[in-house]
Design a protein around this ligand. Structure first.
Ligand SMILES: Nc1ncnc2c1ncn2[C@@H]1O[C@H](COP(=O)(O)OP(=O)(O)OP(=O)(O)O)[C@@H](O)[C@H]1O
Ligand SMILES: [Mg+2]
Length: 636
């Protein structure tokens, strides 16, 4: 095994022993896999490195010949010729250095582009369950810090390893050829240099890992607190002083780690410089003695001395490279950890589109529990030490119902009964544990299981307004175009008119180009909700899922939105989670959901007459609100 190999493997073992987290060969292989598409450039780079290493050795050899020529009192032209050669080598080295740097950085950056886009695509594919558990800050830090960490190593280090290794071998060969005695003696000092290198490596990798964790935690704190809802909460309930102390403590630890890392590296470099200076003394001593006793040409002493500095330089670089590779592997592993998370909800290879035409919706004996943490996320992204392996309790216990094309079904029930869960299963944000959710089909059991449908066709078929009505921090127009990128300005105004937002948006100085603010926080609750309805109207889905916000609209707006929804639901299949009597009355059927079961079904009048749970809900929740609404506006 090479010297390099010995050092590497002992470093590898040490790190494994210390952190309990092995760097597997598989990880290394995988990293190299990312370099495969850049093979051509890599080969050119290696070839160039060999040429440059030869040039680097050529200068000392030429210098030795100059000395020998002087000692031998050779012709003056000979010395001039050698000097010109040295100049040519220097120019060539500079030129090739540029090319080689360009090659190595394009390879490094190329690898990172691949890695970064792959991670982004993968995270996009993760199910909602993943995002409900993951801390955004931790995820973003994984995407930024770790990908950049991996990049710096790839661009700088990996290329450095190749050229330094070549330089090291060539230097050694030439030195041995010049005088094996001097070379061997110079090597005696090597262990002095390699032992601290090993210890340093593992210490540095641990420090970097800790710093990455602190950086991620700070990122999390910032992304959560520095958003409109988060900042509001801190101002109203939070303890800003405590938050700031916690942040300062982490930032302080990162500073300490930074200083410690710098000092460790500096100590190491100083030690190396000292060792090489001592070795130089040995070379002059032994080489000089050999030259005086006539066993070595004077020029050879110069060659050996000059080469010695070139020997320790690649060694220093290589030992630093080891450290850098270790921390790059840490970064790569943190990134791979995310890539290895299998998305729980995937499109089947033989998925079909939802058939055209009016669509029916069918739930057949659906049972569902929210998935356990270990199935959907990573401990490090939730910032807990171990993941909960317990599955959630079953939330839906055998839900069955059918909505015929064009009909509206209203779901009512207590808070936490499972209504939003039903809506999410219909949109396949989660998969059922038992039973099936089907779309289309004229008779029960004949529709297409949503698990067999393509994602694209599900998106086109289903439109959902969620309870919290999220908007991106973009313009009104781009929030609307999310639903249909090719929507014209007229389409948008039409939807806005239907959502009863026209007067409001026309009064804005920037109209459609108004930026709605973080999560739509620059709009009122009611405006935000109507904008999400406009977004739904633009998409023109065949099936509408509406999770009504519990409160938001005053009675005038309520009536307006009701009218808009009436138009939107017209001719569409709809599942509406209703909190308002007007919506419920308009429905073709009402399902009363309690504790994950449908306990009653029928029309408003039927259910009132039955004097069951619905009648109770009606009296406690809906009747009062309706009285107010009816006073203010005529019914639509
Ligand atoms: N992401 C989740 N992970 C685990 N449990 C969840 C999750 N979301 C909801 N639950 C649980 O599932 C149950 C049903 O919740 P769901 O949101 O469907 O109620 P809901 O009927 O829509 O209530 P509301 O009228 O208040 O909106 C609740 O007990 C809730 O705590
Ligand atoms: Mg809900």
């Amino acid at each position: 095994m090479s010297m390099e190999g010995v050092a590497w493997s002992s470093l590898y073992k040490l790190t494994r022993a210390k952190s309990g987290k092995p760097f597997s060969k598989a990880t290394l292989k995988r990293v190299l896999g990312f370099a495969r598409p850049h093979r051509g450039r890599l080969l050119a780079f290696v070839a160039l490195s060999v040429v440059m290493a030869v040039l680097a050795v050529a200068t000392p050899v030429l210098a030795g010949q100059v000395v020998n020529a002087i000692v031998a009192k050779a012709a003056a032209e000979e010395v001039v010729r050698l000097a010109v050669l040295i100049a040519v080598v220097a120019v060539a080295e500079a030129g090739l250095g540029l090319v080689s740097r360009w090659l190595s950085s394009t390879i490094g950056e190329g690898v990172i582009v691949d890695l970064r886009t792959r991670v982004f695509d993968h995270v996009q594919k993760m199910p909602i369950a993943f995002f409900t558990r993951t801390r955004t800050g931790a995820l973003v830090s994984r995407l930024n810090n770790d990908v950049i960490g991996a990049q710096s190593a790839f661009a700088g280090t990996l290329s450095g390893v190749v050229s330094n290794l070549v330089a090291l071998i060539l230097t050694l060969v030439v030195m041995l050829g010049t005088s094996w005695q001097v070379t061997v003696l110079a090597m005696v000092l090597l262990p002095v240099f390699l032992i601290p290198a090993r210890r340093m490596g593992s210490r540095l990798a641990d420090l970097r890992r800790e710093a990455a964790e602190h950086n991620a935690a700070m990122g999390t704190q910032m992304t959560e607190r520095f958003s409109a809802p988060g900042a509001t909460l801190v101002k109203l309930f939070g303890r800003p002083d405590e938050e700031s102390r916690e942040f300062a403590a982490r930032a302080g630890r990162v500073r300490d780690i930074g200083v410690r890392t710098a000092m460790l590296q500096f100590t190491f470099v100083t030690a190396l410089t000292l060792v090489s200076a001592l070795a130089l003394a040995l070379v002059y001593g032994l080489g000089g003695w050999l030259a005086i006793t006539g066993q070595l040409a004077p020029g050879d002493v110069v060659v050996l001395a000059l080469l010695l500095t070139r020997l320790y330089a690649p060694l220093t670089a290589l030992s630093n490279a080891r450290v850098e590779i270790m921390s790059a592997l840490v970064s790569f592993e943190r990134v791979f950890e995310i890539l290895d998370l299998k998305p729980l909800i995937q499109q089947k290879p033989d998925a079909e589109p939802v058939p055209p035409g009016p669509v029916s919706v069918e739930f057949h004996d659906v049972r569902f529990a929210y998935p356990s943490a270990d199935k959907v996320s990573l401990a490090s992204l939730e910032e807990v030490s171990t993941l909960d392996t317990r599955g959630g309790d079953e939330v839906l216990h055998g839900i069955s119902f059918r909505v015929e094309p064009g009909q509206t079904v209203a779901l009512v029930g207590s808070s936490g009964a499972g209504k939003s869960t039903i809506a999410q299963l219909l949109a396949r944000l989660y998969d059922v544990d038992a039973g099936a959710v089907r779309l289309g089909g004229t008779a029960p059991g004949t529709g297409l299981d949503v698990r067999d449908a393509t994602f694209d066709s599900l998106r086109d078929t289903l439109g959902m307004v969620t309870q919290d009505g999220h908007l991106f921090h973009e313009t009104i127009a781009s929030n609307l175009r999310l639903a249909r990128p090719d929507a014209t300005e007229d389409d948008m105004w039409e939807a806005i008119r239907q959502a009863r937002l026209e007067t409001m948006i026309r009064s804005l100085p920037d109209g459609l180009e108004t930026v709605v603010g973080e999560r739509g926080y620059r709009l009122s609750g009611g405006e935000r909700q109507r904008l999400t309805i406009a977004r739904l109207l633009i998409a023109q889905p065949r099936v509408v899922i509406l999770d009504e916000a519990t409160a938001a609209l005053d009675s005038t707006n309520e009536a307006a939105v009701q009218a808009a929804l009436g138009a939107a639901l017209e001719g569409r299949t709809a599942v509406v989670i209703a909190h308002r009597l007007s919506t419920i009355r308009a429905a073709d059927a009402i399902l009363v959901v309690e504790d994950g079961r449908i306990v009653e079904r029928g029309t408003h009048n039927e259910l009132l007459a039955a004097e069951g749970r619905y009648a109770e809900l009606y009296r406690t929740q809906f009747a009062e609100a309706t009285a107010v609404a009816q006073e203010a506006v005529p019914e639509y």
